[in-house]
Write a protein that binds this ligand. Structure first.
Ligand code: PMP
Length: 292
């Protein structure tokens, strides 16, 4: 992904994409001292920008470092990167990490870096697959206990097991894996939250040991606006057979229907379709407002 045209904002400057490099003794590369964000712009307007900038700062705090920019400054950097690359519908990736001044578990002397890249990016799951519903398999690894890891941080290190599970799923012909939490409850996919529907009621796991996604919260609000009942609760894997519709949410995944989790089959229905349409309308709204 490094060999392409474009500009990346790196520590205060726009640099050519191919020059967005760091040293091999970067602490983050060895010890996972990095946090990141993922945002999308629609019609040139970045959806929920300030929420993402704030989450980046909080993610870093949970890893015991301060991003050397304010949320408002990060907002502006993200906008500048979209503009500098002449992008309109794109994905934006801010990353903050500990540098190469010190190597070892202790990293007190490291400098904190910030980079923001952006690129054109369509559907996270291929569109035709998405409308039919994606197929999920059960993951082996579980989301960690908050007493074991800073499970609310969008920390690079927490994605190590997600990559392993995503590969395991892909190699077995599935789009993604559903991960349980440390107690064996349904948690989330490798990069998206999950919603399950039964008798017209929407159920979603309590986000007590994984990311309470910005898309997740947006979709809960949209569902409530439509008058749907949304229940946040502990969901056990034995219940997966009881649901009729399932979908996942995330900045990248947006709202993606699920057709299968292991041996259980689902059919994207009216509630999923309504929320998918509501979400796509909501993300376009800021762009429409800006154009007025
Ligand atoms: N869980 C994980 C593990 C994720 O990587 C993401 C994507 N950031 C989400 C949930 C959804 O979060 P959001 O809606 O804020 O993108």
């Amino acid at each position: 992904f490094h060999d392409r045209d474009g500009l990346i904002w790196l520590d205060g400057k726009m640099v050519p994409w191919r020059e967005g490099n760091i040293h091999v003794l970067t602490h983050a590369l060895h010890y996972g001292s990095a946090v990141f964000e993922g945002l999308r712009a629609y019609g040139g307007e970045i959806f929920k920008l300030s929420e993402h900038s704030q989450r980046l700062i909080e993610s870093a705090k949970m890893l015991d470092f301060d991003v050397p920019y304010t949320a408002a400054e990060i907002d502006k950097i993200c906008r500048d990167v979209v503009e500098a690359n002449k992008l309109s519908d794109c994905y934006i990736r801010p990353l903050a990490w500990r540098g190469s001044e010190q190597i070892g578990v202790s990293a007190q002397a490291t400098k904190i870096h910030l980079a923001v890249a952006a690129w054109q990016w369509g559907s996270y799951f291929p569109m035709e697959q998405r409308l039919k519903g994606i197929r999920l398999t059960m993951a082996k690894y579980r989301r960690p206990d908050p007493a074991t890891a800073p499970s609310k941080s969008k920390a690079a290190g927490l994605y190590m097991i997600c990559t392993v599970e995503k590969h395991r799923a892909e190699n077995a012909g599935y789009a993604d894996a559903l991960m349980l939490d440390w107690r064996g409850r349904v948690a989330e996919c490798t990069g998206a939250n999950i919603f399950l529907i039964k008798d017209g009621v929407i159920h979603t796991p309590d986000p007590d040991c994984f990311l309470d996604g910005i898309t997740r919260r947006t979709v809960i609000d949209l569902a409530k606006k439509r008058g749907y009942q949304v229940i946040e609760r502990a969901i056990m894997p034995e219940e997966l057979k009881d649901f009729s519709e399932v979908f996942v949410t995330g900045t990248a995944a947006e709202v993606t229907p699920v057709s299968e989790i292991g041996e259980h089959k689902y059919k994207p229905g009216q509630i999923t379709e309504n929320l998918l349409n509501d979400y796509m309308a909501a993300v376009q709204q800021p762009a429409r407002k800006a154009a007025e």
